[in-house]
Design a protein around this ligand. Structure first.
Ligand code: FES
Length: 64
């Protein structure tokens, strides 16, 4: 659902810095200890879990 919504918001004219989404479904411990939530060097629990589309586009796509 979220993956489908993000391009629609872009098409409506919102810039990537105005579109927010969350990746909290990747989290387990929530305090940076288990390593389950990392995407590249980003820890969702410590650096997010809310990210702009601009930030999401910079994350490694293979880990998503
Ligand atoms: S949820 Fe465990 S390190 Fe992020």
């Amino acid at each position: 659902m979220v993956r489908l919504s993000l391009p629609v918001l872009s098409d409506l004219g919102y810039n990537p810095g105005q579109i927010y989404s969350t990746l909290e479904n990747r989290m387990k411990c929530g305090v940076g200890k288990c390593g389950r939530c990392n995407i590249g060097s980003v820890y969702v629990c410590k650096d997010g879990p809310v990210f702009t589309l601009e930030e999401l586009r910079k994350l490694p796509q293979g880990d998503m």
